[in-house]
Ligand binder design. Sequence first.
Ligand SMILES: NC(=O)c1ccc[n+]([C@@H]2O[C@H](COP(=O)([O-])OP(=O)(O)OC[C@H]3O[C@@H](n4cnc5c(N)ncnc54)[C@H](O)[C@@H]3O)[C@@H](O)[C@H]2O)c1
Length: 446
Amino acid sequence: MTQSTAAVQETPASTHSIALADKIRAKTARVGIVGLGYVGLPLAVEYANAGYTVVGIDLQASKVDAINRGESYVQDVPTHEVKELVAAGKLTATSDFSIVSTLDTVNICVPTPLRKTKDPDMSYIVSATEEIAKYFQAGMLVILESTTYPGTTDELVRPMLERDGLRVGEDFFLCFSPERVDPGNPNFQTKNIPKVVGGTTAECTRMGALFYSQALEKVVPVSSTQVAEMVKLLENTFRMINIGLVNELAIMCGRMGINVWEVIDAAATKPFGFMPFYPGPGLGGHCIPIDPFYLSWKSKQAGIEARFIELAGYVNGQMPHFVVEKVQNALNDDGKALKGSRVHLLGVAYKRDIDDVRESPALDIIHLLQRRGAEVSYTDPFVPVVKLDGLNMQTQDVSAAAEADCVVIVTDHSGFDYRAIIDGAKLIVDTRNALKKFSSEKIIRL
Ligand SMILES: NC(=O)c1ccc[n+]([C@@H]2O[C@H](COP(=O)([O-])OP(=O)(O)OC[C@H]3O[C@@H](n4cnc5c(N)ncnc54)[C@H](O)[C@@H]3O)[C@@H](O)[C@H]2O)c1
């Protein structure tokens, strides 16, 4: 393990601290992961692979049953790995929180969505922590991994655990560690993504860092839970704002007849001081469209308006409308009206080669097209059905693209045969520059 240089002050260790550290080093600590989704399941598998006995706790019976049968439902976690770990007794799952009384560590990986008003929805963290608190005992380490606003661990989670006179940093240990998993990324997964961790006290940070160093390649301790919480928000806000910038540039370039993709690729040849971001049909997924609003909500309470976030949120939110206008204009130029035309989307997942449609801009694009009277269908090899946001659609064979009046590439899955799609299609709006290598009068680029 490598540790960074952040300050972790030496403090005298308590009896609980010595006992827990010994168990973590000996791999006899029993590890619990609450929330077995895109974040929790890969983490559970990593700890089981590292030699710990791991219990996953999830309210969804279907996930619990799948794990206990030895099946994975997360694309980045192979079923054979789950099967071997379950057969070896290293990994089990349950919906019964009373198991917490047998655990030494608990990582909380539950959802943190936004409410319709763009306020943080803390209900999953609160209900998971309430359940943990019922069975919590001295000597345990609890780490919150769900993305949230700075202050959550200390202001919300800590008081729920500090009951019966248990003292944080002495009787139990509490940390926040941002999750940085990037589904579908073949190069970086839970094990080799550096893990930032900050504790309520220096002893908590030390315990959290020790825990992660047993299973992950690099640990980066920071001085507090608030710093660790803010790290995640900075990372995702940075992406959201830069994507907003290039989306606005794409709209400007569209007006001026300049190819924005060529501009970005040429700018990216600068060997310092520039990092390319690419425009697209709008933000998607469980992180980038959501997390920055956790920061703006909290900063409003501190009397500061997060103007960059609001602006980027507005620009990014306009992109599905911009795409639909492109489709409408393309059809008009082809002598057709959008109303009554057949529009076929290629890809509905929020990004390439994954099966996640949460917050996907495809959903907005479908709604906008339908509202303007278009007949909409889609092909996505990763998403057999879309039952979300009032939609109930099924993927079609890719040959449906050739029958449509206009094809829209919303997600640039690598498995699509783009040559064949261009040959068959009448008109293509490409929101991802998937057809970069091709030239055809049928192609309209973002
Ligand atoms: N998916 C990502 O790429 C990603 C990346 C970085 C951070 N995050 C953050 O990590 C957290 C988890 O995200 P995810 O994508 O794994 O979510 P997910 O929806 O895939 O998984 C969350 C799981 O928690 C379970 N759950 C909900 N309430 C529960 C409770 N009270 N007790 C036990 N289980 C409960 C759900 O049934 C679900 O299986 C979120 O805060 C998210 O913002 C996600």
